[in-house]
Ligand binder design. Structure first.
Ligand code: MG
Ligand code: MG
Length: 267
C-alpha cells in the first residue's frame, strides 16, 4: 500500500496528511516503539502459526486478536477499504494479498504484512515464511531477501540518502541473480502509514531524500526469482509477478539515529 491518501474511519483520526517528511520527537518515537513491539509480537505469533492446512484468513484472525489484546488497532483494516488486518500474499503474489479461505500447502511461500497503531503512531513490518518443507530456490530467495533488508538498514544512517538504501538492497539481490520490484517502494511512516519520502529498493546511491535523525522509515525489499515486472489482479489489491515467478518480502520500521538505525519492529 504505497498510496498516501487514506480513509478516515476512527473518530480520533489525525488531521489529513499534507505530504512532507516528518521528524519524530522523542515522545513520538516512544509511541512508535510501542507500535513496533505489537507488530513484532504479532509477526512472531504468525510465524509460529504457519503450517500446511491453515488458511490465510485464519492467520488474519490470529493477527487481529494479538494486536487488539495488546491495545493496538490493526492499521490496514479499512485503509482505502482494505478488508483485513494483514496482507497475506502467497508464492507469486508479491504484496497486498487479501486473506481468504485459501489453504496453505507444503512448499508454499507466505508473506504476511502487519500494521498496528497505538497512541496515534504506526508500526509496519513483513516477513516471508516457508510452509513446511520448501524448495532450495525458495529458501535461497527468503535468505537473500531477509539479508537485503539488513543491507538496507545498514545504509540507513544520518546524512545518507534514500538511494543509498535502495542501492544496497538492489546490489545484494542482483548479485545473487534475483530482481527487485520497482513499482512498489518503502516509505516514511509515523502518524500515517505512508509518509514521505519514498524508499525505493533500487539505486542509484547518492540520490533521493537525505536521512536525518528522527525520521522513521519502512524499508521493504520485494525480491523476485524472475523479472521485476508486476501485475495487479482483478481484486485491485493483490500484486503478482508478471512472469509468475516466486517473490519474497521483508519489512521493518526503523528510526534514524546518530548511529546505526534503530529497528522498531524487532523483538
Ligand atoms: Mg507493510
Ligand atoms: Mg510498508
Amino acid at each position: 500500500m504505497k498510496q498516501i491518501q487514506k480513509l478516515q474511519t476512527a473518530s480520533n483520526s489525525p488531521p489529513p496528511y499534507n505530504g512532507g517528511i516528518t521528524i519524530k520527537s522523542p515522545q513520538e518515537l516512544e509511541a512508535m516503539r510501542r507500535a513496533g513491539a505489537i507488530v513484532a509480537e504479532t509477526i512472531a505469533t504468525l510465524e509460529e502459526a504457519v503450517h500446511p492446512g491453515i488458511t490465510t484468513s485464519q492467520l488474519d484472525q490470529i493477527a487481529y486478536r494479538v494486536i487488539r489484546e495488546r491495545g493496538g488497532q490493526p492499521t490496514f483494516k479499512g485503509y482505502r477499504g482494505f478488508p483485513a488486518s494483514i496482507c497475506a500474499s502467497v508464492n507469486e503474489e508479491i504484496v497486498h494479498g487479501i486473506p481468504s479461505d485459501r489453504i496453505l500447502n507444503e512448499g508454499d511461500l507466505i508473506k504476511v504484512d502487519v500494521g498496528a497503531t497505538i497512541d496515534g503512531f504506526i508500526g509496519d513490518s513483513a516477513v516471508t515464511v516457508g510452509v513446511g518443507k520448501i524448495s532450495k530456490e525458495a529458501q535461497k530467495l527468503i535468505d537473500v531477501t531477509r539479508q537485503c533488508l539488513e543491507e538496507g538498514i545498514k545504509a540507513a544512517v544520518d546524512g545518507a540518502r534514500t538511494g543509498d538504501i535502495g542501492a544496497a538492497v538492489e546490489e545484494y539481490a542482483t548479485a545473487r541473480d534475483f530482481s527487485v520490484v520497482r513499482e512498489y517502494v518503502g516509505h516514511g511512516v509515523g502518524r500515517f502509514l505512508h509518509e514521505d519520502p519514498q524508499v525505493p529498493n533500487y539505486g542509484p546511491a547518492g540520490r533521493g531524500a537525505q536521512l536525518r535523525q528522527g525520521m522513521a522509515l519502512a524499508i521493504e525489499p520485494m525480491v523476485n526469482v524472475g523479472g521485476w515486472e508486476t501485475k495487479l489482479l482483478d481484486d485491485h489489491w493483490t500484486v503478482v509477478t508478471a512472469d509468475g515467478s516466486l517473490s519474497a518480502h521483508f519489512e521493518h520500521t526503523i528510526a534514524i539515529t546518530d548511529g546505526e538505525a534503530e529497528v522498531l519492529t524487532r523483538i
